[in-house]
Write a new protein. Structure first.
Length: 95
């Protein structure tokens, strides 16, 4: 079932696949908690219109997620994998 993803990502073992999925999950869970103080610092409250929150969320939170991904990639020993993914993301965004 996961063979296509493992082949696309260039990984061979199920353990590596599990660790990489865990790494993405932890980076995502951390950003949920990091968003709150950032929004509080910027003065965004529950009464702030959604479109304002979305305009601020995208350019601020997404780079923080990428930094979290680097940290968890380093801690899990998969920093090479993360760096390759981020290079591809940057090339995609630059084109």
């Amino acid at each position: 079932m996961f063979d296509k993803i493992k082949q696309k990502w260039g990984i061979k073992s199920n353990w590596d696949f599990f660790v990489i999925c865990l790494m993405f999950s932890l980076a995502g869970m951390c950003i949920v908690h990091e968003r709150k103080p950032i929004f509080h610092f910027m003065g965004i409250t529950s009464s702030t219109p959604f479109w304002v929150k979305a305009l601020i969320y995208i350019p601020i939170v997404i780079p923080i997620y990428q930094m979290n991904l680097l940290v968890f990639g380093f801690l899990s020993g998969r920093s090479g994998f993360v760096l390759e993914r981020q290079k591809k993301l940057i090339k995609f965004l630059a084109s």
